[in-house]
Design a protein around this ligand. Sequence first.
Ligand code: ADP
Length: 150
Amino acid sequence: MRRAIFPGSFDPITLGHYDIIKRGSKLFDEVVVAIGINSDKKYMFSLEERQHFIEEAFKNDPNVKVVTYKGLTVDFCKEINADFILRGLRNPADFEFEKAIAHTNRKLSRIETVFLLTASRTSYISSSIVRDVIRNHGDYTVLVPDSVRI
Ligand code: ADP
């Protein structure tokens, strides 16, 4: 089975993430959306809320699963038998950042990182921009799946 994990914080999931997961679910037998738990980070949404938003968004996609994990992404891949890491690329800054991580993960394991270029209509969206819009009472609903409601 070709299983990929899509790791991230998803605080909250955006239409950019949604697009990558949907497209990834057509390339792989299973896409496991893996919410990383980092106790040093402050989040706007609790782990349960973030997980619920994603599960709701993909409730009709049986090959999309949502889990949480701690520790190294490559270790978690081995644990759940995933041979691929799926990542989205928005711009050159994403590329430089992702390149170093992908090389490191390749050094630590045999796991391949597969990059999908963002859809142009969602390329500007980031979770941090969404959080900023929410904090300032803007209409965040145009940036996130319908499942993200506060
Ligand atoms: P992180 O905690 O690693 O910053 P995120 O939750 O922000 O994780 O993002 C997880 C993945 O989703 C990354 O590969 C990131 O590049 C990708 N991503 C985020 N926003 C978009 C977008 N608008 N279009 C495509 N990919 C995106």
